[in-house]
Design a protein around this ligand. Structure first.
Ligand code: COA
Length: 184
C-alpha cells in the first residue's frame, strides 16, 4: 500500500492523467474534445487537478476551475475514483482539499453537475454537504442534470442560488455546440 495525493507537479503527470480520464468516458457528448482542451488548460494552470495514486498508478482525479459565468464559485469539472478504490474516502478527501483551497482563495462556494439519475454520486455529494440547486438538461435535451452546490459563506447563499438558477437556465437556451464549449 503506497497512496499519494498531489497536484500537477511534472509535465509527465499530464499523459498519465489523460490515460486515466480516457478510460472513464461517461457518456457526455464530445468527451474527447473536452479532454484535449483539459490538457491545455491544465498546463496553462486555468484548470487544476488533484491526482490520487496507488503504487505510482493513477487511481483517481478531481479537476476544478473557477465557474465561467459565476466567478465566486469554484466548479468541480470531473471527479473519479477507480472502482477498486471506492468507498475508502478518497473522493471525500479530495473534495475536502478542494474546499480548503476554495476557502483560502475566497470563493463563496463549490458547484458541480451530475446526471440526475446518478443517485450514488448524489449521495456522495450529499455526504460532502452539497445540496441540490436546480435540475435541467445541460448537455442533452433528453437527459436531465442536477446542479449541486455547497455554499461556504451563508450570507451569500440566497443571492448565489438565484444567480445559479438564472445562469444555468439561460445556458440551456444557447445552441448545443456553443453551450458545450461554455459548460465544459
Ligand atoms: C463519486 C465518487 C467520486 C466517490 O468516491 P469515493 O472515494 O468512493 O467516495 P468516498 O469513499 O469518499 O465516500 C464518502 C461518502 O460518500 C457516500 N458515498 C460514496 N459513494 C457512495 C455510493 N456509491 N452510494 C452511497 N453513498 C456513497 C458515503 O456516505 C461515504 O461515506 P461513508 O463511507 O462513511 O459512508 C466515485 O464513486 C466515482 O468515481 N464515481 C464515478 C464517477 C462519477 O460519477 N463522478 C462524479 C462525481 S462529482
Amino acid at each position: 500500500m503506497d497512496y499519494s495525493f498531489h497536484s500537477l507537479q511534472y509535465t509527465r503527470d499530464v499523459p498519465r492523467l489523460l490515460d486515466f480520464l480516457h478510460g472513464q468516458e461517461m457518456g457526455y457528448p464530445r468527451f474527447d474534445e473536452w479532454l484535449q482542451r483539459t490538457e491545455h488548460e491544465l498546463i496553462a494552470g486555468y484548470k487544476q487537478v488533484i491526482i490520487a495514486e496507488s503504487d505510482r498508478r493513477v487511481v483517481g482525479d478531481a479537476i476544478f476551475q473557477p465557474h465561467k459565468e459565476i466567478p465566486p464559485l469554484l466548479e468541480i469539472k470531473n471527479m473519479r475514483v477507480h472502482g477498486e478504490f471506492r468507498m475508502r474516502h478518497f473522493g471525500g478527501f479530495m473534495m475536502r482539499q478542494i474546499e480548503i483551497y476554495a476557502r483560502e482563495q475566497g470563493f463563496h462556494g463549490l458547484i458541480g453537475d451530475i446526471r440526475a439519475d446518478q443517485g450514488n454520486v448524489k449521495n456522495f455529494l450529499i455526504a460532502q454537504r452539497f445540496t441540490e440547486a436546480v435540475t435541467l438538461s445541460l448537455y442533452d435535451s433528453s437527459v436531465p442534470d442536477t446542479v449541486m452546490v455547497k455554499f461556504l459563506k451563508a450570507k451569500e447563499s440566497d443571492s448565489l442560488l438565484s444567480r445559479i438558477g438564472k445562469v444555468e437556465g439561460l445556458i440551456t437556451l444557447i445552441p448545443t455546440q456553443k453551450r458545450l464549449r461554455i459548460l465544459r
